[in-house]
Design a protein around this ligand. Structure first.
Ligand code: 4NP
Length: 179
């Protein structure tokens, strides 16, 4: 059977310093895609990245509370510089996962503008979706923004990212013939 093309995944929140870097760190860890990984990266995945719908924190590292929770769970070598979502993300990524319904709505508006300018692109551009749909609880499970809250909010985000990632990985395996 021919090798299938690796899938690329982009995680999106508002600032790209709390939730989407948590998602990226967890997902990289679950797919052995961190610099420290001793085993080879998960064959099914290529580029894994994260971005924000806002540019307030462009080039900033992840929030220290996100990094602390990741480190507590053994992910201590994840690095990222925040960036804003760009229109090319819709052609560069297979999956674009929004952390909450506002992020999803912003991504859908951006995509609509792209399609209006270039109707032929509709079939080829990635469609954004809520990452929470893979969490097994509700199609509409949002990841609440933990930025202005206490540290426990970051533990909640971590738990969601692990659950959603595992649900998504199970979905991919099911649709890729269980590789
Ligand atoms: P994030 O959290 O979207 O999970 O990265 C936020 C971080 C910063 C801001 C908003 C949300 N902010 O407005 O600065």
């Amino acid at each position: 059977m021919p090798e299938e093309k690796p899938l690329s995944v982009l995680f999106v929140c508002l600032g790209n310093i709390c939730r989407s870097p948590m998602a990226e760190g967890v997902f990289r860890s679950l797919t052995n895609n961190l610099p420290s990984s001793s085993s080879s990266p998960h064959k099914a995945f290529g580029t894994i990245d994260s971005a924000g719908t806002g540019a307030y924190h462009a080039l900033d590292p992840p929030d220290s509370r996100t990094l602390a929770v990741l480190a507590k769970h053994g992910v201590d070598d994840y690095e990222h510089a925040a960036r804003k979502v760009r229109t090319s993300d819709f052609s560069d990524f297979d999956y674009i996962f929004a952390m909450d319904s506002q992020n999803l709505s912003d991504l859908n508006n951006l995509r609509r503008r792209l399609v209006r300018a270039q109707p032929d692109a509709d079939a080829t551009l990635a469609k954004a979706m809520l990452f929470g749909k893979f969490g097994g609880r509700s199609e509409h499970e949002d990841v609440e923004d933990p930025y202005y809250g206490g540290k426990s909010g970051f533990d909640t985000v971590y738990e969601q990212m692990v659950r959603f990632s595992k649900g998504f990985l199970a979905h991919v395996e099911q649709h890729r013939g269980g590789e």
